[in-house]
Structure formats: structure tokens, C-alpha cells
Design a protein around this ligand. Structure first.
Ligand code: CP
Ligand code: NVA
Length: 309
């Protein structure tokens, strides 16, 4: 049984296989409408249970469409509606029931430990739909989007992240190791990636490049990623953090330090970290990026269900 919890724990070959499958499937769907099922309905009869302890628009909808297009179905739960959230039912018992009724479990939570605890007790695959240290489905899909737009393997591109050290960046760092691309990070000193993730990069004999000057991070970039300065349930002093990021706003001026056709990507939702001009400009591909979640998550589901071609 394969789980999809952290990119760093998934072999690079498997990640590449998922992307290859997603590309084929996306091409084959060109004439199909939203809820039409892929030929062969590979996940016919399968139920994906999704549970959100935090808000979500894209992840919720894209997993709904993903499993539907593969011939299966989904049920979405909020933990505060379950005994787990309200009545103290254990993760072990909840997991046993989820495994009895469902075939796969997608969880968005504020606790990395909870994802691991579920993994230990489930007998069905678990997919991390965002946790404090990881947003793996987003980032694998973003690798797909980058390669789709640039028509180049990501290993040949310079990738830049302007923003704080959060779940999306941690997964992007993992992706930079797995897919061997150059990653430059621009953020204030106080918001740099932690020692644990840096040590992991070192252990894998790779490098990431960190700058406290956004221009240096953006220079020579083929892709600039950004994310909300204040993440969901971020416990920091918001005013101070926003102030610290003032000069890190992705503006047209900052984009001018990057390569000529540099693309802009953002997982959404957005805040003030990017100008309207860049976000809605011709180099921004954020809507295509959001839609690709459906295509890549289909192949992630197939991987977890042992049905990847
Ligand atoms: N990008 C992303 O995960 O969006 P949601 O929080 O809306 O799911
Ligand atoms: N870093 C953001 C991503 C949202 C999809 C957060 O955790 O809120």
C-alpha cells in the first residue's frame, strides 16, 4: 500500500511516473466534460474519504473531480462533526471505521503527528492534503505545470520562491532534491527554512540557495513562486510578519530581475504578497496551475491504489 504524505519519502522514479501518467490522462480528456469518466474507469467502485480540519476550496474540489473522473466517489467530512473532534473517539477507532467503509483517506490538518497516527492505524492509503510541514499534492502538481508551460524538464530551470518558510516551501525543497532543480529562496532572515529541512537537503548531497534580498533570489529565475505571507492558522504576530515581508512583494519591478519569459505561480489563496499587475499579468499561470491539481491528483490516487500504468 502506498501513502502520499511527504515528497521526501517518495522515490523520485515514482514521482516521475505520476507526472507521466497525469500528462497522458490530461491529453486523453480533451474532449470530455467535467464529470465524464476516463476510459476504463480505473477507480470504479472506490470511495475516497476526505477530511478537512482547515479551510479549503481547491484541494476539496480537485480531489472530488479527480476521483469522479476515475469512476469512483468521495465523501467530505469535517472533523468537528465526528466523535473524533467532539467526543474524544480515538484516532485508532476512527481509522478502523474509515478503513472499513472507505478505500482511501485524504486529510488536511494542523498536525503532522495526526497524519502519521492515521497512517499507523489505517489499512487504506492516506494522502496529505496539507499539514504544517507539507503540501505534497500541490507541489507535485506545480512541477507538472512548470514543465507543461515551459516544455522543459524542471531540472533545466531556475526556480525561485519568494515567501516565508512554510508547508508549500518545504515540499518545494523536497521536490528540488527529487527532481534536481536549482531553488533560490528569497525571504527575511527570520523566516528562512529551518535546520531540519536544511540538514535533509545536505544529507541528500544537494543545495538550496537562500537570500535575504528578493532581487538576488529572483535574478535569473525561470519561475517565481509565491504564497500567502500569513498561512492558514498562522500563530505569528501578523502585523510584524507583514511588515518584515514588505520589500518581498512580487511586483513587476521584482519580476524584471528574472529571465525574460519568467512565469509566475501561486498556489492560492493569495494575499498582499503579489501585485495585482503580476498576478493577473501575462506571465502568470495561476488558473492553469489550479486546474492541474485535478489531473495530477488523479495519478496520485492511482499510485496510492496501486493502479498506476
Ligand atoms: N492551494 C490550495 O491548497 O488551496 P485550498 O486551500 O483552497 O485547498
Ligand atoms: N501556505 C498556505 C498554503 C495554502 C494552500 C497555508 O498553509 O495556508
Amino acid at each position: 500500500m502506498k501513502h502520499f504524505i511527504n515528497l521526501k519519502d517518495i522515490p523520485a522514479n515514482d514521482l516521475r511516473k505520476i507526472l507521466i501518467d497525469a500528462k497522458k490522462r490530461k491529453n486523453l480528456r480533451k474532449k470530455l466534460s467535467t464529470l465524464e469518466v476516463d476510459k476504463g474507469a480505473p477507480l470504479k467502485g472506490k470511495l475516497l474519504i476526505q477530511m478537512f480540519e482547515k479551510s479549503s476550496l481547491r484541494t476539496r474540489l480537485s480531489f472530488y473531480l479527480a476521483i469522479k473522473q476515475l469512476g469512483g466517489g468521495t465523501l467530505t467530512l469535517r472533523s468537528n462533526e465526528l466523535h473524533l473532534g467532539q467526543g474524544g473517539e480515538s484516532i485508532a477507532d476512527t481509522a478502523k471505521i474509515l478503513s472499513t467503509y472507505g478505500d482511501g483517506f485524504m486529510l488536511r490538518t494542523d498536525s503532522d503527528k495526526k497524519v502519521e497516527d492515521f497512517k499507523d492505524h489505517l489499512s487504506i492509503p492516506v494522502i496529505n492534503g496539507l499539514s504544517p510541514s507539507s503540501h505534497p499534492t500541490q507541489v507535485l502538481s506545480d512541477v507538472f505545470t512548470v514543465e507543461e508551460i515551459t516544455k522543459k524538464p524542471i531540472s533545466k530551470l531556475n526556480i525561485c520562491w519568494i515567501g516565508d518558510s512554510n508547508n508549500v516551501l518545504d515540499s518545494l525543497i523536497a521536490a528540488s532534491v527529487k527532481f534536481s532543480f536549482k531553488l533560490k529562496i528569497g525571504c527575511p532572515k527570520k523566516f528562512e527554512p529551518g535546520q531540519q529541512v536544511r540538514n535533509w537537503v545536505k544529507k541528500n548531497k544537494k543545495k538550496i540557495f537562500i537570500y535575504n534580498d528578493p532581487k538576488k533570489a529572483a535574478s535569473g529565475a525561470d519561475v517565481i513562486f509565491s504564497d500567502k505571507v500569513i498561512s492558514l492558522n498562522d500563530k505569528v504576530n501578523k502585523k510584524n510578519k507583514i511588515q518584515a515581508f514588505k520589500k518581498f512583494k512580487v511586483s513587476k519591478k521584482l519580476m524584471s530581475f528574472a529571465n525574460k519569459n519568467c512565469i509566475f505561480l501561486h498556489c492560492l489563496p493569495r494575499g498582499d504578497e503579489v501585485s495585482e499587475e503580476v498576478f493577473l499579468g501575462k506571465n502568470s499561470h495561476v488558473w492553469q496551475q489550479a486546474l492541474n491539481r485535478v489531473h495530477v491528483q488523479k495519478s496520485i490516487l492511482l499510485y496510492c491504489f496501486g493502479k498506476l500504468r
